[in-house]
Design a protein around this ligand. Sequence first.
Ligand SMILES: NC(=O)c1ccc[n+]([C@@H]2O[C@H](COP(=O)([O-])OP(=O)(O)OC[C@H]3O[C@@H](n4cnc5c(N)ncnc54)[C@H](O)[C@@H]3O)[C@@H](O)[C@H]2O)c1
Length: 422
Amino acid sequence: MKDKICVVGLGYVGLPLAHAFSEKYEIVGFDINKPRIDELNSGFDRTQELTSEQVKESLKNGMKFTLNIDDIKDCNIYIVTVPTPIDENNEPDLTPIVKSTEAIGKILKKDDIVIYESTVYPGVTEEVCVPILEKESGLKFNESFFCGYSPERINPGDKEHTVTKILKITSGSTPEIAKKVDNLYKSIITAGTHLAPTIKVAEAAKVIENTQRDVNIALINELAMIFDLMNINTHDVIEAAATKWNFINLKPGLVGGHCIGVDPYYLTHKAQSLGYMPNLILGARQINNGMSKLIADKAIKKMVKFDKKLKNANVLVLGVTFKENCPDMRNSKVMDIIKELQEFECSVEVHDYWVDKSDKESKYLNFVDALPLNSRKYDSIIVAVGHDKFKEITTEDYKNMSNGEPIIIDVKGIVEKPTWRL
Ligand SMILES: NC(=O)c1ccc[n+]([C@@H]2O[C@H](COP(=O)([O-])OP(=O)(O)OC[C@H]3O[C@@H](n4cnc5c(N)ncnc54)[C@H](O)[C@@H]3O)[C@@H](O)[C@H]2O)c1
């Protein structure tokens, strides 16, 4: 029988994956978000991971985007790419994983394979999802149906490392299924695959990739705070230290988004449930979460130093997405900078040419359009995101945009003559 694949969850991860599979397989894309399905059927991807031509190409290849569970009943491979967020207490929120697994369980048939791609802690596939699949389907795991786990490593906004060009970790619930899952991905991933020995190893590998990055960035952020007290420029220190071959060359900054700032909490949750307190990982999270306040405080202190009135001070924030050159605002730590400034009753305006202003995340923000913004004068400007166009703003532009003494807070190290640089 020829495989028929269903990708469940058509976001940043699911859509490019479905597109890649559509070139070789019969495929259906399933999502519960009607506006998303309507947009995709009209050839538009608001995440900008695929161009309109690519979305239309998928449709031409026979891909169906659907909300209707009946449309996915005849698939034999289900690939789950739903969100894995955290709640307000930084605990894993498995609701989308559980709900999508329940839906798949209801239509699961003999010999079907369910592969999870969402980032989770080790054990979610076999300890959380498998019991749901067994209960909903009445089928027995590893006899009548099987599972796999293959984490996604894409980087939103990165047009070079796209899904098929990143080596993919694969795994399966039996040696035969592991081979089948591996071959499935090998057929579309030109960078190749790494078959992990177990599903838990594959789950753990993904979650530590982002945890390692988070901890390393936290170290650099802590060093930046220490060097700030010493009046030493952190970027100069890093440039010098990076001349050693094994120095990990990271820059200080905000850690937002829904991966690096979130995934470590999945691991710490599981560690704590097993009686281990992961102090290093949680400490790193605390440092990285504290950077927004530090940046806002710098802007406030500089305004006080230059005799600017804080109440109703005009502050411009350049960039509000969680990273450069992408429209994704989820869990952006720039929002925390803005909130902190608003607590001092500053009037904050935002300019970000990447953001879709109709996005729910952006609806409380006061946007100004078009650079250079010479029509308005600001008491302080915070360059929060390193979007390409922001690198073109000159010292003269900043001067023209400033009310009196320019106070330019440079979070990304892209301003020629900043007042303060992280
Ligand atoms: N975005 C990335 O760069 C990235 C990279 C690697 C891994 N991941 C991981 O991949 C997973 C997906 O992330 P994303 O960024 O694509 O999320 P996303 O929010 O962009 O997309 C998820 C999609 O799933 C849909 N969905 C939610 N519940 C559903 C359900 N019950 N049934 C069907 N569809 C449902 C949503 O409507 C949405 O369209 C997460 O676990 C994330 O941590 C993301």
